[in-house]
Design a protein around this ligand. Structure first.
Ligand code: AMP
Ligand code: ZN
Length: 143
């Protein structure tokens, strides 16, 4: 399937590239939340966070940390968000995994979603539901 980020990596589509190494590419988002909003992608195609192999993710996170620091300093930002959207309800629109780095400034608007409160006992129930899957899947974590 045609992938816009693979095309950018292959130089079949244009992008404002700011960093590249053997494993990773970073370029400016064409519809930025703030100017300088940067996307960091693995050069290999993986659909989402869950399908990126550990060694690729290590390299991607290392590069994202470096680029976040550079974006912050170069734009005199007061902070930044590192975000990844996974799946349609989370707002993912390009199914080639990427981290967003969004420079943020004092007196900026908030990006925090609307929050809710737990009813009595629900916090513990959610904790238990998720913990039961931790034990079910911990072999994946341990490799
Ligand atoms: P997401 O919605 O989390 O999947 O993020 C995809 C991002 O890619 C969006 O913020 C888009 O603005 C951005 N985007 C889509 N096409 C391009 C492109 N050709 N060059 C740069 N950014 C793009
Ligand atoms: Zn791709």
């Amino acid at each position: 399937m045609e992938c816009i980020f693979c095309n950018i990596k292959d130089r079949k589509s244009e992008a404002e590239i700011i960093f590249e190494d053997e494993h990773v590419l970073a370029f400016l988002d064409i519809q930025p939340v703030n100017y300088g909003h940067t996307l960091v992608i693995p050069k290999k195609h993986f659909d989402n966070f869950l399908t990126v192999p550990k060694d690729e993710l290590d390299k991607l996170i290392h590069a994202t940390q470096f680029i976040a620091g550079v974006v912050k300093r170069s734009l005199n930002a007061d902070g930044f968000n590192v975000i990844s959207n996974n799946g349609n309800p989370a707002g993912q629109s390009v199914y080639h995994f990427h981290f967003h780095i969004i420079p943020r400034f004092d007196k900026d608007f908030t990006l925090k979603p609307v929050v809710r409160n737990y009813s009595q006992g629900a916090l513990q129930e959610y904790g238990e539901q998720i913990r039961s899957f931790i034990s079910k899947y911990k072999d994946i974590y341990n490799g």
